[in-house]
Ligand binder design. Sequence first.
Ligand code: FAD
Length: 462
Amino acid sequence: MADFDTIIIGAGPGGYVAAIRAAQLGQKVACVEGRETLGGTCLNVGCIPSKALLHATHLLHETHENFEKMGLMGAHPKVDWQKMQAYKADVVSGNTKGIEFLFKKNKVTWLKGWATIPAPGQVKVGDETHTAKNVVIATGSESSSLPGVTVDEETVVTSTGALTLAKPPKTMVVIGAGVIGLEMGSVYARLGTEVTVVEYLDAITPGMDAEVAKSFQRILAKQGLKFVLGAAVQSVTKGKKGATVTYKLKKNDSEASIDADIVLVATGRKPYTAGLGLEALGVEMGPRGTIKTDAHFQTNIPGLYAIGDAIAGPMLAHKAEDEGMAVAEILSGKHGHVNYNVIPGVIYTTPEVANVGKTEEQLKEEGRAYKVGKFPFMGNARAKAVFQAEGFVKLIADKETDRILGCHIIGPAAGDLIHEICVAMEFGASAQDLALTCHAHPTWSEAVREAALACGDGAIHA
Ligand SMILES: Cc1cc2nc3c(=O)[nH]c(=O)nc-3n(C[C@H](O)[C@H](O)[C@H](O)COP(=O)(O)OP(=O)(O)OC[C@H]3O[C@@H](n4cnc5c(N)ncnc54)[C@H](O)[C@@H]3O)c2cc1C
């Protein structure tokens, strides 16, 4: 008899969701977590603390930019960085304790410590070896750096160090114009830091709809962020104060450098599987350090599964959560499934940026005939009322069938608006289905309906 039906290694959004769902489905479950608190990267040093800082600094930005326009007069608030950090810590702690509560409620055993897998069906934590019918690896990811760049988490930092700087710096270089770099860059730009983003590619946010990316860069530049694109970073050298980033411009091979108090290396993340003993077990690996799994999340070792950032696919908390639920269902004899065609992506800057499904660029490459319905937030009364009329909704539908293929939004609450499209896509809806649905006025979501109308006979307010 095994000690547990399922042992999950890692209590991030993949692992803790898998543990809760498996327990709800009647399994005896343990979840191993080496960190002091549950919730993984997402709750401790990722999604949640970054969103707390984005929220606080967005409100600060509003007081500077828009309060007087609305007749809200008075001194601008001063930033107490320690208090802002304490607020962020409270948000994190409230959320991680919430997971602890859910573990107790669902009778999930939390095995505290770092796990290894000495043999199939065994998980060793400290001196104790536990047995389970199935083991799920949900060990997530860690920041990746550039060759030759040494991170000290004080002057040269990853996102983890950037969340807890001693004080907002005067100058910051962000290496990498992806989601994390732009979110953290926005936080500090709003706090008065001079932020320069250095990116290897010729555009920001690789993979995003090109029109949205262009518009996004223009808006961020207006907010004070500087961009050096097409630049390959050669080195980051720490000085007595700050560091120097040297880069080579790809267009003419010329070299230049920038000094900054803080350098944030935001060049992506890589799966974290070190120390589990996967090599000795003979676990097959995929590209870029991912664990290879089949369509049911099983590795090549029977009874050993993997989910979340540790396997292929977008490194997103909600993708990990969906896989957590699906694997728990599969291990309980049900039919867990993740629809990878409908996984939204969101950037929580102001304006927010959100997308789901195909981009125009992808459809062109596939040779699929499509149509685009676009609606600017300038035509949305609510957006204009709150000074957030920049941006647009771009809905893409199949040219023949009108079936929605994708959506790209830059504008207010884009991260929430996108879910209307996700549901529509899950139901195989057409643009006309959205266009015929009554949307409350005045809401930002009217812009989504207008984009759907623009796929047909035309938007009303544009
Ligand atoms: C700054 C930042 C902002 C982000 N913002 C967003 C966002 O807004 N939205 C979004 O969707 N995603 C965001 N992400 C990505 C998101 O955090 C990850 O995709 C998500 O956390 C992955 O979940 P996971 O469960 O696979 O792994 P993780 O959350 O990384 O959790 C893995 C856990 O496993 C534990 N672990 C590892 N090895 C062992 C071991 N051997 N024994 C015991 N425990 C172990 C780790 O300590 C960790 O707690 C952000 C990431 C960062 C860094």
